[in-house]
Design a binder for this molecule. Structure first.
Ligand code: ZN
Length: 351
């Protein structure tokens, strides 16, 4: 409302009351076009089974708030291009309706008679600018989604986010020199791109960290026939030590200490052995493998733990998904405290 009043006041100073009125109508119609842009994102999101929480219009553009994990790959690309396509479609319709009038002036002054012409140019600029392949613009999201298929989400974000930072700085400097509105848009692009780059920080660290950084070495190898009583008594003497079931040469399962305690408080009279209590393990992972690779492998195998081997193929310890997630949550808490992003990670804005 403040921006609307300010723009109307500025137009009024130039062209009197009719100018102020024309500017008001133009800005409101422009906001309607931005809303249609966001509805474009929302419709494609829903078609792609991504729920939409709502649309928020800001002074400098709108956001469709998607719920659930942020869409990736082809889905992200599809949702991203839908917005600019709406604006280009509107520009196309206005172009056909206007015929030869369109080329006469670029963003003509504030007169109601010029409204369709102004809207044609505004939609054309909205559509084309948003297609610039730089995060957080739609074109950047589309390019990220496309690149993610070959190089993964993290690297694709690094590339498109860096383009966004450069674009933001260029617009900001240019804007400071020639046009304050452009400067504000540059600042928004720069902040948005930086936010996107910060969001991948935990994943980047996971790629740099090795399995050896997080492996649990406090393990005891027990045979499958070991009784619950024996496991319990060992746990009592060595608290915090988890069990690996098998032999030094071949492990068959994993048994967290907590599971031993849970089983011992179980009211049923069954006294199972280690083999009945153990959980499945993923394919063994090397100490030197990247953490991200280990997590992927465990998710592929659909298990929560993997045996970790050292260079000579000996058992070095156990890596669990829970341990990685705890470490990531800790890391996220630290980066959040440093950056305080404006949106929570479960809500992904589609600008
Ligand atoms: Zn958009």
């Amino acid at each position: 409302m403040i921006l609307l009043l300010f723009l109307a006041w500025q137009a009024g100073r130039r062209a009197g009351l009719p100018g102020a009125l024309a500017e008001t109508v133009f800005v409101l119609t422009l906001f309607a076009c931005v809303a249609l842009h966001e509805i474009g994102h929302s419709i494609v999101a829903r078609v792609s089974s991504v729920a939409v929480e709502g649309i928020v219009l800001y002074p400098f553009g709108g956001v469709a708030i998607l719920s659930g994990p942020p869409p990736a790959g082809a889905t992200e690309a599809r949702i991203a291009v839908a917005g600019p396509i709406v604006n280009l479609g509107l520009a196309g319709v206005l172009f056909l309706a206007l015929g030869s009038h369109v080329g006469e002036s670029f963003l003509p002054g504030a007169r109601l008679a010029n409204l369709p012409e102004s809207l044609f140019w505004a939609n054309l600029i909205l559509g084309l600018f948003n297609l610039v392949p730089a995060l957080p613009l739609d074109g950047g999201r589309a390019l990220r989604g496309f690149l993610a298929a070959t190089m993964g989400h993290v690297k694709a974000t690094r590339i498109t986010g860096s383009i966004g930072q450069v674009l933001g700085i260029v617009l900001l400097v240019w804007g400071l020199a020639y046009n304050p509105w452009l400067g504000i848009i540059g600042l928004i692009v720069l902040l948005g791109a930086t936010g996107e780059l910060q969001r991948i920080q935990p994943m980047l660290i996971m790629q740099q960290q090795r399995v050896g950084d997080l492996v649990n070495r406090r393990i005891e190898i027990v045979s499958p026939q070991t009784s619950l009583e024996a496991l319990q008594s060992f746990s009592h003497q060595h608290p915090g030590t988890d069990f690996v079931v098998g032999t030094a040469d071949e492990v068959v399962g994993y048994l967290p200490a907590a599971e031993v305690w849970r089983a011992s408080t179980d009211a049923s009279d069954l006294r199972p052995s280690a083999s009945a209590l153990m959980r499945r393990l993923a394919r063994p992972i090397l100490l030197t493998a990247p953490l991200s690779e280990a997590l992927e492998q465990m998710k592929e195998d659909g298990v929560e733990a993997a045996a970790v081997l050292d260079d000579s193929g000996d058992m070095a310890g156990i890596l669990t998904v829970a341990r990685i997630e705890r470490s990531l949550a800790l890391l996220k808490a630290i980066t959040d405290r440093r950056s305080r992003p404006s949106t929570s990670p479960s809500r992904s804005p589609q600008e």
